[in-house]
Design a protein. Sequence first.
Length: 89
Amino acid sequence: MYIKYVMWGLLSLSSLLLVFTLFRNRRAGRWLSTLGLNIVIAAFILYGMNLLSEYTNLELPINTTTLGTVTVLGVPGILLLVCLKISLL
């Protein structure tokens, strides 16, 4: 029971220290805003692909795995997910 509170305390303390470190460094803020923009763009691309699923018969779920793949890899990530979806059908 007490270990749960200790773990939550460590998580909150480390999160606060991470936020403090990020706000001290100006380049970190730029990096976080770029990452956030890439995540939003990836979500819109996946949403647009799901809107076109009636025509293409291909539906990709929007979850952390697909969103992370498209965020990191971009267009090749979309192609990777499409090829995986087609090959596993």
